[in-house]
Design a protein. Structure first.
Length: 351
């Protein structure tokens, strides 16, 4: 074979390799704001407060946590479907579609409300520890886990009966948690800068892994197929990619301040991290052991909570207008600006 022919083949192979890499690693995410939906004050609200966003892609519903109520929105039209109200300070929603049930955490009341997914009617309650925040359903064990931040614990509830099975001492303040679908729960322990691995069947903490170089870990998402955790923290402000079996930190990236949500879209291999400063940081899973920065999408100040619609690949975030911050106290030296009641809105981002 002649040298010129070898050179041509080599050049062709290099171009094909470059093209393959370019296809695998998008130049930018293409995400931008598509819609804004405005909503008034939630029933019984004397102040504006919003937390987790839970998207039920199959039933086309979005559950918006709004302090005294859960607001249920149509994922396609933005229409209000209904409210589940009567809470003191509601935080998260977990769904068990095969059981037709949902579970809502109330941190101030220290309980979980169980509701019917079709009617949105309350069907039961379960006691939890104070500051019940994130709540996650594990389909492998048919159990619900609340992350009780100030109580440093998780309450385990039988999803079928509503009975409390056990309270597990986490020796740390849990924030966001994810289930791997195979019987493991992973939770960020914010004050310990750790990720805890909890066996959903034996109800034991199997491991505690350092989340460094991230700190004050809050947001958490997972690539279940490749067993990767995406843990984002506020101090230092970093996203950490971690092996879900060994706890090994694979890679890390800086992010902006005030993260409170992360999501992973397996179809595009994209990781999304939302922050209070008004950014969605977008990363790409080039391979399970290599990740790259794709984009930073500007949103609005305060839009730190987020839910992913796995059907349309759209992101739902929420925020409001903000007034002056409350006066400093001994417990809160630097309070955040207060949301303005009745200015709540949902922001939809997509391609």
């Amino acid at each position: 074979m002649k040298l010129s022919t070898l050179h041509t083949l080599a050049m062709g192979s290099a171009l094909l390799l470059f093209a393959g890499l370019s296809a695998a690693r998008p130049a930018d995410s293409g995400y931008h704001m598509l819609k804004t939906y405005m909503f008034g004050a939630a029933p019984g609200s004397t102040g504006e407060y919003f937390d987790y966003i839970t998207v039920d892609s199959a039933s086309r519903r979005v559950y918006l946590s709004r302090g005294t109520a859960v607001e249920v929105m149509d994922a396609d039209t933005g229409a209000l479907i209904g409210y589940i109200s009567g809470f003191k300070r509601q935080h998260g929603v977990a769904l068990a579609p095969e059981l037709g049930r949902g579970f809502i955490s109330d941190g101030t009341a220290a309980q979980v409300t169980i509701f019917d997914l079709k009617t949105l009617k309350t069907v039961g309650e379960a006691k939890a520890d104070p500051d019940a925040d994130c709540v996650v359903y594990d389909p492998a064990s048919k159990r619900v886990f609340t992350m009780n931040g100030d109580s440093h614990s998780t309450t385990v509830i039988d999803a079928k009966t509503g009975a409390v099975i056990k309270t597990i001492d986490l020796i740390g303040s849990p924030e966001f948690a994810v289930a791997d679908g195979k019987g493991m729960i992973y939770a960020n322990l914010a004050n310990k800068n750790q990720v805890a691995a909890i066996d959903a069947r034996t109800l034991e903490v199997k491991s505690r892994w350092p989340a460094a170089p991230s700190g004050n870990s809050t947001a958490l998402a997972m690539d279940r197929e490749h067993r990767r955790l995406f843990s984002a923290g506020r101090n230092p402000q970093m996203l950490v990619i971690m092996d879900a079996d060994s706890g090994k930190v694979i890679q890390s990236f800086p992010i902006s301040g005030g993260t409170d949500a992360a999501a992973y879209d397996p179809d595009g291999g994209l990781i999304f991290v939302a922050t209070r400063e008004g950014n969605i940081h977008v990363f790409h899973e080039d391979s399970p052991d290599k990740y790259s920065v794709v984009d930073t999408v500007k949103t609005q100040v305060g839009a730190k909570t987020m839910g992913l619609d796995s059907k349309t690949h759209r992101l739902f975030l929420d925020t409001s207008d903000f007034g002056a911050p409350a006066a400093p106290t001994a417990g809160r030296a630097n309070p955040q600006p207060a949301p303005v009641l009745g200015s709540f809105r949902v922001l939809v981002y997509g391609k």
